[in-house]
Design a protein around this ligand. Structure first.
Ligand code: SF4
Length: 400
């Protein structure tokens, strides 16, 4: 299955010794850039992000430029997507954000019609930032709203005024950013169905092109999970969370949004191409501290420590290198591809089932799930049924 190499931070390997030789044959279709700065650390968040008291944003952009150039020998094809996430990329402020996006465009081989996405915290979008994003050719800006209910934002330790979401969306639209996504979270402690209905209505009132709605996850070692362990917060009962999940599915369908992935909806033609690359188990390159990449069956992660990342270079030191054999890659492809509503093309399913190690086991599981009404064949694809989607985690975990 997988050969995994979890390298302690102190001995993170140079990119060349850990990955380079094996990653050269991949066809990288996307680029992910991780900007680790945030104005406040939300209590549920386990991304590598922090409040930078040392003002290292300019050093970050300079160092990133060197890392972009260092990847060029590996990027033999035009990139179809660029996704700048974090962290909060808009924390860089308009001038640095503009410089960073211009450097990405100048240095990397990017297709003319590539999709450019940037994540934003609503409080950090002002007129200058919105203009910088639009002028750089960013097509999608994803605004982290999570909730419009002050009590629930407080439960998550989100540090923004709900009104800032609408303000950010309006600024982005009037600057000329063509597509806006709003991120939401359901299943927040103490939330009721009525809270969730109001939150969704508030999001829909902004007419976003895309909505992501995730159930709250208690990631290990986050302050929220510590509070849960200590009894300072109470997890929402499963049935209540399921009720919120069922509501969002029905409400967004009624509002004309197409669900294209377990947690993602868009207006027709506005799905996020970059995230689809992840679910197709395609190859993408990652830049910046803690950026995670995938190429030719190898997953690796850049060192999640800004100070070390700034000191070393031009490519990033890497940690958590994981090399999957064909059977491991097939398992991942099932787990990711079946998250998409359209599923996996049947020809691809047959290729994935050719693995001698677990192919026949997976075929039996799939046949059983089809007989049980959890998977189905439709439009030349294998996909989860509506019932299968409700228990997707348990269906997919067997196929890994
Ligand atoms: S703004 Fe986003 S990345 Fe930053 S701490 Fe909050 S959830 Fe994490």
């Amino acid at each position: 299955m997988a050969g995994s190499l979890n390298i302690p931070l102190a001995v993170a390997q140079t990119f060349a010794s850990a990955v380079a030789a094996r990653a050269i044959g991949a066809r990288y279709r996307g680029a992910y850039i991780h900007v680790p700065f945030c104005r406040h650390k939300c209590h549920y968040c386990d991304f590598y992000s922090f409040v930078d008291s040392e003002n290292r944003t300019e050093a970050f952009v300079e160092r990133l430029e060197a890392e972009l150039s260092s990847a060029l020998p590996f990027l033999n094809h035009q990139l179809e997507t660029v996704f700048v996430g974090g962290g909060t990329p808009t924390m860089l402020g308009a001038p640095l954000l503009a410089r960073m996006l211009a450097s990405v465009r100048r240095i990397l081989p990017i297709a003319e019609d590539a999709e450019w996405s940037v994540e934003a915290n609503p409080e950090t979008v002002d007129e200058a930032t919105a203009d910088a994003l639009a002028q750089a050719g960013v097509r999608r800006v994803s605004v982290g709203a999570q909730s419009f209910t002050p009590r629930l934002l407080k439960a998550l330790e989100r540090d923004h005024d709900p009104l800032s979401v609408g303000r950010a969306v309006r600024l982005l639209r009037s600057a000329g950013v063509p597509e806006v996504n709003v991120d939401l979270i359901f299943g927040i402690p103490s939330s009721t169905l009525e809270d969730w209905q109001r939150d969704l209505a508030a999001a829909l009132a902004l007419a976003p092109d895309h909505i992501s709605a995730y159930g709250l996850v208690y990631e290990p070692n986050t302050p929220l999970t510590v509070k849960l362990r200590q009894g300072a917060v109470t997890r929402l009962p499963e049935d209540d969370e399921a009720e919120q999940y069922e509501y969002v599915i029905a409400a967004l369908a009624a509002a004309g949004y197409e669900r294209y992935e377990i947690s993602n909806w868009s207006l027709p033609g506005r799905a996020c191409k970059h995230n689809i690359l992840y679910w197709q188990n395609a190859d993408w390159w990652a830049f910046g501290p803690s950026g995670a990449a995938h190429g030719a069956g190898i997953r690796w992660k850049n060192i999640p420590r800004l100070a070390t990342w700034l000191e070393q270079g031009p490519s990033s030191p890497v940690v958590d290198v994981e090399s999957l054999d064909l059977d491991g890659q097939a398992g991942e492809s099932f787990m990711l591809g079946l998250r998409l509503m359209r599923g996996i093309p049947v020809e691809r399913v047959e290729q994935l089932l050719a693995s001698p190690a677990r192919g026949s086991h997976r075929r039996r599981l799939i046949d059983g799930h089809i007989a049980g009404g959890l998977l189905e064949h439709a439009d030349g694809h294998l996909r989860l049924t509506a019932r299968g989607f409700m228990i997707a985690d348990s269906v997919l975990s067997g196929l890994i």
